[in-house]
Write a protein that binds this ligand. Structure first.
Ligand SMILES: Cc1cc2nc3c(=O)[nH]c(=O)nc-3n(C[C@H](O)[C@H](O)[C@H](O)COP(=O)(O)O)c2cc1C
Length: 197
């Protein structure tokens, strides 16, 4: 039997409507870091997809509870499959009102319902996550945004590799940090995609 080591697959999810802002710059730095360490980045811009908010079906829980799939049909189902195939994650959100953006919230809410309900068998269990909160305005709210992302990482049983706040004053050195963090995560993360032939 031969063990084949595939490159580490990292899902980079960005959640801004702005294609050339701070969030986009952070996602680009992450992708550069992944590539630099020999990983493969799968980039998703949530605002280009149709991923609506959770409908709290049937008075609270839909098929997410027992079947671990979302019954609200839109782009979420294909996205969910890409999440499960990844070895590691980088989630970049702009800071809106001290929170993650609406598109990040819709995605993380629905994914949490499907995967947190699997307990230790969550598809993200033990996989490393880097969360980035990009605050381009006052600079307020980076920490509250990361706090809620940290709770989400715990709920889906993933592993906090790093939580990175960025604002317009820290932008240049934080882009360097994000690149380095992505690189370090690829070099450290166990490959769930290893194949035995
Ligand atoms: C609805 C809304 C709320 C915002 N709230 C905050 C905030 O709480 N703190 C902050 O520093 N910036 C805030 N901003 C500014 C964004 O964080 C800033 O525009 C950021 O750069 C967005 O990322 P982008 O460059 O990818 O668009 C807000 C922007 C919007 C549109």
């Amino acid at each position: 039997m031969k063990q084949i080591r595939l490159p580490l697959r990292v899902l980079v999810v960005s959640a801004s409507p702005n294609k050339s802002g701070l969030t986009a710059a952070c996602a680009t730095a992450a992708i550069e870091g992944i590539g630099g360490a020999g990983g493969v980045a799968d980039e998703i811009r949530l605002n280009d997809l149709q991923v609506g908010m959770c409908q709290a079906c049937n008075g609270g829980w839909g098929t997410c509870l027992n079947e671990h799939e979302c019954q609200v049909e839109d782009d979420f189902q294909a996205l969910h499959a890409r999440v499960l195939q990844a070895d590691a994650y980088i989630l970049v959100t702009p800071v809106y009102w001290g929170e993650m953006s609406e598109s990040a919230k819709a995605f993380t809410d629905r994914l949490r319902r499907c995967e947190a309900t699997r307990g230790d068998r969550s598809g993200l269990s033990g996989k490393p996550v880097i969360a980035v909160a990009a605050a381009g305005g006052s600079g307020n709210g980076m920490i509250t945004c990361l706090l809620s992302l940290e709770r989400w990482i715990d709920h889906v049983r993933a592993r906090k590799f790093d939580l990175i706040p960025v604002n317009r004053w820290s932008r240049e050195y934080k882009l360097v940090t994000i690149r380095a963090a992505a690189q370090a995560m690829v070099l450290e993360a166990p490959h769930t995609s290893d194949r035995t032939l």
